[in-house]
Ligand binder design. Structure first.
Ligand code: SF4
Ligand code: SF4
Length: 104
């Protein structure tokens, strides 16, 4: 398993970048391309909804991966933002599905 302290090689069993927002971060123009069902799901969640994103599944995957927002597509594995997010949540100590032990 990847450690948050080293660059990850896969998004499997992570999903920590999905802990940055309460709902899928679509631009208004993107929302128009979604089905009515998915639009309703997105629009009924707001800042009062608990983190993480409403579409993150218990096994740390995007429930509607094929329809995910553009900004989610652009969030790159092992990028500076990816590493920052993994390390920040580790320090907060409220994420326990990823080992905090450095890889040997
Ligand atoms: S991009 Fe980084 S933070 Fe997001 S799921 Fe992949 S490894 Fe985790
Ligand atoms: S829409 Fe999917 S990929 Fe984007 S933050 Fe939510 S769960 Fe993560």
């Amino acid at each position: 398993m990847d450690s948050p302290l080293s660059p990850p090689t896969s998004c499997d069993n992570c999903g920590l970048c999905c802990h940055l927002q309460h709902r899928p971060p679509y631009l208004p123009t993107e929302l128009d391309t979604l089905s009515a069902k998915l639009q309703l799901e997105v629009l009924t969640a707001d800042e009062s909804s608990p983190l993480p994103c409403i579409w993150l599944t218990p096994d740390h995957r995007c429930r509607h991966y094929a329809d995910r927002p553009e900004i989610c597509r652009q969030f790159e594995l092992a990028s500076e933002d990816c590493l920052h997010q993994r390390q920040a949540l580790l320090i907060e100590g409220d994420i326990n599905h990823i080992s905090s032990e450095p890889q040997s």
